[in-house]
Design a protein around this ligand. Structure first.
Ligand code: R5P
Length: 236
């Protein structure tokens, strides 16, 4: 996705921000544009309080002097803006391409609204072309991998589980000190069934299926920004 499209989606979402809001700040190259835009508004006098979904976003926001909080101090957020790796027409997502899925899901769940920003290329008919990130604790990795494979199979899906590596070949560690297994499934016909099965596996900390969390999406394409869902609607 071109940086222009990422920025267009981010700037459309920025229009939703109001003074006094408690905001969740997503992670990734699209969310980065939102944080940049928010930083400019804060510098111009906008008052908000924010919670970051990763150490990278925390550092970016602090660098822009955006007032930051934590979910321990600010238990509920008005609005979270975040990117996604895939989105379907029911606003179901795959996230975690940048390894931030755990904090992203906690922050999204604490938010009244979660709005996705992405380009139209992230929209799919069936989730699963993007490998599904599954965050696991390092202890017992191979036993957990086998249990994850069984959970995947029980949902009717199949595919390779690859331990995510850094470019230097070392095993990637998330902000929480966990590993990521990327499940190359191709198609996830029953995301709810798969999510439930993965949630039952000891050693799985979280997975990248975000179901019932996103309330709307701004999808940028060559012909402008299309809105999926109602950005004004709250999840609860
Ligand atoms: O872990 C990372 C996040 O879920 C990102 O929001 C997602 O990978 C999309 O990132 P990007 O905007 O860079 O495509």
């Amino acid at each position: 996705m071109s940086e222009d499209l990422k920025k267009a989606a981010a700037l459309a979402a920025l229009e939703l921000v109001r003074p006094g809001m408690r905001l969740g700040l997503g992670t990734g190259s699209t969310a980065k544009h939102f944080v940049d835009g928010l930083g400019a508004k804060v510098a111009a006098g906008l008052k908000v309080i924010c919670v970051a979904t990763s150490e990278a976003t925390q550092a970016q926001a602090e660098g822009l002097s955006i007032p930051m909080s934590t979910l321990d101090e600010t238990l509920e957020l008005d609005l979270t803006i975040d990117g996604a790796d895939e989105i379907d027409s029911a606003l179901r997502l795959i996230k975690g391409g940048g390894a931030a899925l755990l904090r992203e899901k906690i922050v999204a769940a604490a938010s009244k609204r979660m709005i996705v920003i992405a380009d139209t290329g992230k929209q799919v008919e069936t989730l699963g072309r993007f490998p599904l990130p599954i965050e696991v604790v390092p202890f017992g990795l191979e036993a957990t991998r086998r249990a994850v494979a069984a959970a995947v199979a029980s949902s009717g899906a199949s595919g390779e589980l690859k331990l995510r590596k850094r470019p230097d070949g070392s095993t990637l560690l998330t902000d929480g000190g966990h590993y990521i297994l990327d499940a190359h499934l191709g198609r996830i016909e029953l995301p709810e069934v798969l999510a439930l099965a993965l949630n039952q596996v000891p050693g799985v900390v979280e997975h990248g299926l975000f179901l019932g969390l996103a309330t709307a999406a701004f999808l940028a394409g060559a012909d402008g920004v299309r809105v999926l869902g109602d950005p004004a609607v709250e999840r609860r």
